[in-house]
Design a protein around this ligand. Structure first.
Ligand SMILES: [Zn+2]
Length: 539
């Protein structure tokens, strides 16, 4: 028997540049399913799996099971194809086949932050068990789509101390941003990265009902193996919020406690770190749709954030993420019709005339809740020269208020339509990337509209994700305007109405104005926002 370290090196040296089934020119280099191991398994959980190995595992499982099909759904900045595996009773991995099945669709992705690698490893283990015939019951009502390595470029930029304090893998982990230096979990509205544009396309083509995003969290020392969050933007359709908070998440949490003995709960941190003015509480993160799960919710889909506990061992984090995914999919299988119905109802609901949030603030729970606090020990990281934290089996319940939801602090009425000058090419391109339906005025049209008169326009001094976020102040006024033929029309009674509102309202804090895509137009006319809106009417 070779020692795991030697085995890993030997296997690594056998790797050849692999290609995926879709678009590949050579035969797949599939291995043997019975001996298939992930890199953590081969290295006593010291190392994480590389991109080429992920591709090889994908090829192996697909070659071993008629229920698994592989394709790619786009490219990274450095041109790596993004693997997608489809598990279902379908002909192939194409979106057409998946949609034609008529089944409820679940999408799971790992590695959006490539230092947070346990989700990727969990999905590789899931692929292997699917190839071995497990979870065949999912096939009756579901198609499951698995993208194990979303930030594939970041995954390859291994650093031995890539995540401070995280309990391994001690052989290093990828970097947080993609190869452009962008945090992919801040890119879902501005779509500056090919990865985010690829995912936006996947969401349009494969249209998953549920989308799960796997992370690792290194904040407060608590006693949960995984913390989770539903979409947090107050504009999320209420039925999605209710399905998650009243049914799916409690049921999954209870099942995991029963079957695995581990605690799962809503994502949060308890201060310090928030300054002395903040009361002790369990604080969630952010409501803006630049974040994956919030964006999924803004598209009327059921988004679930998963954050494995950074100080649990790498092996436990992988298993905790895997069990979470499996249990959510079990729920989706048992409730597939309800899941599909909630999504369909959200799509059919028009937001026109409703008051929607432009900005929001954390909202305190009415009652205190029990939060399970934990403890860690500091242990040396033998290779980085630094230290890391190791979870201790300590659970200390503490009552505190929960700041887990947001309420609007500024609202606007959703109009019937926005009208975008045809020369705002970048705005129109972004809408197209999001999959928003846009039509054009066929003739010059005189209309009573609302236009936003600007009283101030400021860009943040600090550069953030390659931008200086812009904030407009001002107010709407009515105006009679003649819009030329060719003006783009974006109606809000489309399924993506909520997203359109957040992208195009001038006061939105995560819209195309925030991300500077209207800067040029605002330089030319500092007084009036170039996109006008009509509160009613057919266009
Ligand atoms: Zn993360």
């Amino acid at each position: 028997m070779r020692k795991p370290f030697a085995a890993a090196l030997a296997i690594a040296s056998l790797l050849i540049p692999a290609t995926l089934a879709a678009g590949s020119s050579g035969p797949p280099q599939a291995g043997d399913l019975s001996s298939l191991q992930t890199r953590p398994e081969r290295t006593d959980f010291r190392e994480t799996t590389g991109y080429d190995e992920v591709v090889q595992i994908v090829e192996t499982v697909v070659a071993s099971s008629p229920r698994l099909h592989a394709t790619t759904f786009g490219y990274t900045y450095q041109g790596r194809p993004l693997p997608l595996v489809v598990f279902g009773d379908v002909q192939d991995a194409s979106a057409e086949s998946v949609l034609a099945s008529g089944k409820t669709r679940v999408y799971v992705q790992g590695n959006i932050h490539a230092g947070e690698v346990c989700g990727k490893e969990a999905l590789l283990l899931l692929l292997r068990s699917l190839a071995r015939g497990e979870h065949a019951e999912w096939l009756h009502s579901l198609v499951v789509m698995i993208a194990p390595i979303y930030n594939a470029d970041g995954n390859e930029m291994i650093r031995i101390d890539g995540r401070r304090g995280q309990n391994g893998p001690i052989g290093g982990m990828g970097q947080r941003p993609n190869a452009q230096g962008l945090d992919l979990n801040r890119d879902h509205m501005k779509l500056d990265s090919p990865e985010a544009r690829s995912l936006a396309l996947l969401l349009q083509k494969y249209d998953p009902h549920i989308a799960i995003d796997l992370h690792t969290t290194n904040g407060t020392q608590h006693a949960y193996h995984v913390t989770y969050a539903p979409p947090l933007n107050p504009n999320t359709h209420a039925s999605i919020d209710e399905l998650l908070r009243d049914e799916l998440l409690p049921s999954v949490t209870q099942a995991l406690k029963q079957e695995r003995g581990w605690n799962y709960y809503y994502y949060g941190n308890a201060p310090g770190g928030y300054g002395p003015s903040r009361e002790r509480g369990w604080y969630t993160y952010d409501y803006r749709p630049r974040f994956n799960t919030n964006y999924i919710g803004m598209r009327n889909r059921i988004g679930i954030l998963s954050e494995a506990y950074s100080y649990a061992t790498f092996e436990e984090r992988i298993l905790a993420s895997l069990y979470f995914v499996e249990t959510i999919v079990d729920y989706a299988r048992e409730n597939s019709e309800k899941v599909a119905a909630v999504v369909a109802a959200a799509d059919a609901h028009s937001v026109v005339g409703e008051s929607l949030a432009l900005r929001a603030e954390l909202q305190r729970s009415e009652e205190q809740v029990e939060i399970l606090m934990g403890a860690t020990e500091t242990i040396p990281n033998p290779f980085s020269g630094g230290t890391m934290r190791n979870r201790l089996d300590v659970t200390t319940p503490e009552m505190m208020y929960e700041y887990g939801t947001f309420r609007a602090i500024e609202e606007e009425t959703a109009p019937a339509a926005y009208f975008i000058p045809a020369d705002l090419q970048m705005v129109l391109r972004k809408l197209a990337h999001h999959g928003v339906l846009v039509t054009e005025l066929e003739a010059d049209t005189t209309l009573s509209v609302e236009q936003f008169r600007i009283t101030s326009s400021t860009a943040s001094e600090r550069e953030y994700q390659g931008h200086q976020e812009r904030t407009l102040e001002g107010a709407y006024e009515t105006a009679e305007v003649t819009l030329p033929a060719g003006t783009a029309v974006v109606r809000l009674d489309q399924p993506l109405g909520r997203l359109v509102f957040y992208l195009l309202e001038p006061r939105s804090d995560d819209g195309l104005t925030s991300w500077n895509f209207l800067d040029r137009a605002l330089q030319e006319n500092e007084e009036v926002y170039p996109i006008v809106r009509a509160m009613s009417g057919e266009f």
